[in-house]
Design a protein around this ligand. Sequence first.
Ligand code: 5AD
Ligand code: SF4
Length: 456
Amino acid sequence: MEQVRRLLQSRYGDRIPLAYVHTYGCQQNVSDGEKIKGMLALMGYGFCESPREANLILLNTCAIRENAEDRVLGTIGAMKHQRVNDPELVLGLCGCMVQQPHIEQKIRESYPYVDLLFGPHVIKNLPQMLYSVLTSHKRAFDTTETNEGIPEDLPIRRDQAFKAWLPIMSGCNNFCTYCIVPYVRGREKSRPSQKIIEEFTALVNEGYKEITLLGQNVNSYGKGLDEDIDFARLLRKLNAIPGDFRIRFMSSHPKDATFALIDAIADCEKVCKHFHLPVQSGSDRILALMNRHYTKADYMKLINYAKEKIPDISFTSDIIVGFPGETETDFEETLSLLKEVEFDSLFSFIYSKRVGTKAAEMEDPTTPEEKSERFSRLLALEKEIGAKRYENFVGKTYRILVDGPGKTGPSYYSGRNDGYMIVDYDGKEEDIGTFVTVKITKSLNWALLGERVEDQ
Ligand code: 5AD
Ligand code: SF4
């Protein structure tokens, strides 16, 4: 890093070179992006919001669905002109998309103006790679799979001052048949709990108000470590750290979620009463084809136990519509599950075929039009369920962490309550990053409106 810093100083003098780093996809990728920016800052880069002003452009890509990849290819295509006209500009790609061999090959062959490419296993090699590109003007590509886990001790430049992402593990061993993640992020690896507790404590001491623990499947946290720990026990340890903050976590795989985890959510006052539990489908036949290792009945057992233990718990989920071979009957089982659980919101996706996964080889006779039609029906039902649920919240009082300006009125500010619902109220700029107490006066389908009341 020091060598790059000196090199940049000799090249740019008093002018601070600017980096444009854009992250696509999930919070794990956002967290990687914060480490990449941490290293770039130490190397002497400033940051800009527009690629036009940049001396270094880095797109931190996502591979989860085809549209995420198409956007990246479109964006780098549009940058060709700028790169060709500015020999000093460095154009780089990193993240999950470029870890796929067919994409790396495509970039090598069809995008010769991309200088730098590295996968999620080797982000700590960025300084060496950048040094090599800046001095040799040769392309540097590295998609080595190390399976070393989360790199420790890298500098982090966090995007926000009051909400932080904290990865507790990396990779995934589940091989859901539709999913590319195990191929690009490698095998599951947990961080030692001591490292997590140290980072967490430092964040609390710096004044962070919400810390989200990240992993592809946080419920298998602890496997393979030399210590006797699991996710429920980690939550209890973090909850015991003194301070006024909230703990969130994502994502949970239902096959590994336990009653002990639900008990920990119930007992720990700092852990949000919100359970994001991706179900993907309500059909046992499709769940088996997806290699999910649970049935609708298993899923409902968890939901019902959580409802019994934590009556005001909020559930959200991920749903895939149009998995290969999904019939109308399978889809209706998903709709019936949604009615039974009454999720507060959903992240729903139309199935996207991923090269190299098992599902990509399966027969998929359903037309794209039928899939879109099912998707619209799912959204309509989600809206109906959400509207009905949200009406019950009128008159209740919530503590919300204020994120920024709201969308519902000129002086409105917006935050989220414990249950992850958006709450807008008439507020002030100083409220951003603090907890305020709001009494709900009105419900919209996607948010709640309220008035600030005295903190209780
Ligand atoms: N097509 C559509 N959605 C997908 N997801 C993962 N892979 C695919 C795919 N190939 C969704 C799942 C997962 C979320 C992060 O993305 O619902 O839980
Ligand atoms: Fe993909 Fe399944 Fe792993 Fe989640 S648990 S990252 S959906 S393979």
